[in-house]
Design a protein around this ligand. Structure first.
Ligand code: UDP
Length: 232
């Protein structure tokens, strides 16, 4: 089995954890843990940025000041990190949970040296609380963490199967783009991930793959370079 990437940073959208039980569905948690286990089992070193959209997004809380909305969103990603750590433990995958917002007793603070050491030891590193700053999303956090730990790629996993030439919800005739440059992405005004994330990745030559993550084996396929749209 050929791995395209030796060390990858996967951003798992919070919606993957939601289901009939609510935002932290038992099946959603088991599914994400088993996807991570399969990719780890194939030998890839994995950092994981947890999204928080299943709990809250700052942009969906217009009745609150934006700093409060985004803080709530970031705390949601930490809630997901705590839950995913347990789900990984259940399937026998060792992990380390790091948070960009200090939360002693729950998670350790983000520390790239500790993260690198854990990855080298074969542990999965969960990065929670995004960047720790408002006005961006966990896509930007994924790019920053990938650069900090020397990951070769960001894999953005959600229920969207790739980058389209326009938003397919608005324009159903929009065609998928298997490959595009960051400049093309930004020029088209696409929204599937944060413009900030794409700009930072481009400055550092870091590729981003947008892939559909809610099917069994999809993370492994993304790590093998078999699915998704590549921005790079
Ligand atoms: N967020 C933030 N700063 C960050 C990362 C996230 O303020 O560095 C907030 C933002 O409001 C975001 C929410 O947390 O909408 C949840 O993250 P995201 O939207 O990336 O989650 P996803 O939709 O991928 O599950």
């Amino acid at each position: 089995m050929s791995l395209r990437y030796r060390r990858a940073l996967v951003k798992l959208s919070g919606e993957l954890l939601a289901g009939p039980d609510g935002p932290l569905d038992a099946g959603g948690l088991r599914f994400c843990a088993s996807e991570i286990k399969a990719a780890r089992g194939a030998g890839v070193e994995l950092g994981v940025v947890t999204g928080g959209g299943n709990v809250a997004r700052g942009s969906a809380l217009p009745h609150l000041p934006p700093t409060a909305g985004h803080a709530i969103g970031m705390l949601g990603t930490l809630i997901n990190g705590v839950a995913l750590r347990e789900a990984l433990n259940e399937v026998g995958v060792q992990s380390l949970l790091l948070s960009a917002l200090p939360c002693p007793g729950v998670a350790e603070e983000v520390n790239p040296w500790q993260a690198r050491a854990a990855l080298e030891a074969g542990h999965v590193v969960l990065f929670a609380a995004g960047t720790g700053n408002p006005f961006v999303t966990t896509d930007t956090a994924a790019v920053i963490r990938a650069l900090a730990v020397g990951a070769e790629v960001v894999l953005k996993g959600s229920k969207v199967d790739g980058v389209y030439e326009a938003d397919p919800k608005v324009d159903p005739t929009a065609r998928p783009l298997p490959r595009l440059t960051p400049r093309e992405y930004l020029a088209r005004g696409l929204r599937v991930l944060d413009g900030a994330a794409v700009a930072i990745a481009a400055d550092h030559g870091l590729p981003i793959v947008v892939y559909r993550a809610d099917r069994e084996g999809s993370l492994l396929s993304a790590v093998q370079g078999k699915i998704g749209s590549l921005i790079g």
